[in-house]
Design a binder for this molecule. Structure first.
Ligand code: AP5
Ligand code: MG
Length: 227
């Protein structure tokens, strides 16, 4: 059964938004919409959009709201989003959150359910500098906690594992600051709308998935997204 609503995963860089979003979206058969992945694909393709956002992302800043909103609105207008969607990395400013609400209403997805993945900042640096991603399918690994079976090779499709350009310590610092100033206020926005749940995401991937599933079972009974 599909989710029938939008699940928003909030949380700082390295909180595990992508890791959990992929699992939930797969198990609930709904799209995983990661604005970061869409923007990185645009950079890799060399498109005009990619050329525009490349320097912004390399600095660790956020790209302009209207640009991201346009990408999300287009993606949500496709038929496969009708049964719900997992949003990862969006919204991350108050204007993005405010403009998402009417888009979801228009698509018949109602109010979103928001899960804030909470992790302390020491763990984040270790996670981000240890992250490796598949250059073909985007599967997420970690050299410390979730290594592939064969070094630098994706278990799923044999793709070469790469490090993200923004996973170096000085850019991570900028990304964490952008999160503190521009994205963290969203927790209050969603709390005041009665749709916020918080999960301790410093636990293992499996334990975090279990906590998320319990929330989904309670608040969005269409699908619990369990591993
Ligand atoms: P984006 O791609 O969204 O990056 P981010 O928010 O910085 O988050 P990350 O992808 O780094 O972390 P994650 O929470 O997904 O963690 P993951 O699961 O990979 O955005 C990148 C850039 O794009 C932004 O800086 C901005 O420029 C631009 N952008 C994107 N969206 C935008 C928007 N809406 N508006 C404006 N600009 C936008 O896990 C990290 C590592 O930890 C992995 O190695 C994983 O294996 C490991 N891990 C995960 N969970 C656990 C666990 N429980 N225990 C141990 N290790 C774990
Ligand atoms: Mg991510």
């Amino acid at each position: 059964m599909p989710l029938n609503r939008a699940l928003i995963l909030l949380g700082p860089p390295g909180a595990g938004k992508g890791t959990q979003a992929k699992r939930i979206a797969h198990n609930c058969s709904v799209p995983h919409l990661s604005t970061g992945d869409i923007l990185r694909e645009a950079i890799a393709s060399g498109s005009a959009l990619g050329q525009m956002v490349k320097p912004i992302m390399e600095r660790g800043d956020l790209v302009p709201d209207d640009l991201v909103l346009h990408l999300v609105e287009e993606r949500l207008s496709r038929p496969d989003s009708a049964g719900g969607v997992v949003l990862d990395g969006f919204p991350r400013t108050l204007p993005q959150a405010e403009q998402l609400d009417p888009i979801l209403e228009k698509r018949g997805l109602g109010k979103p359910l928001v899960i804030d993945l909470f992790v302390n900042s020491d763990a984040l640096l270790r996670r981000l500098t240890g992250r490796r991603m598949c250059s073909i399918g985007g599967e997420i690994y970690n050299i410390h906690d979730l290594p592939p079976k064969v070094q630098d090779i994706c278990d799923i499709d044999g793709g070469k594992l790469i490090q993200r350009a923004d996973d170096v310590a000085e850019v991570v610092k900028e990304r964490l600051e952008a999160y503190e100033h521009q994205t963290k206020p969203l927790t209050e926005y969603y709390r005041s709308h009665g749709v916020l749940e918080v999960v301790d995401a410093s636990k293992s991937i499996e334990e975090v998935n279990k906590s998320v599933s319990e929330i989904l079972r309670k608040r969005a009974p269409g699908c619990d997204g369990h591993l």
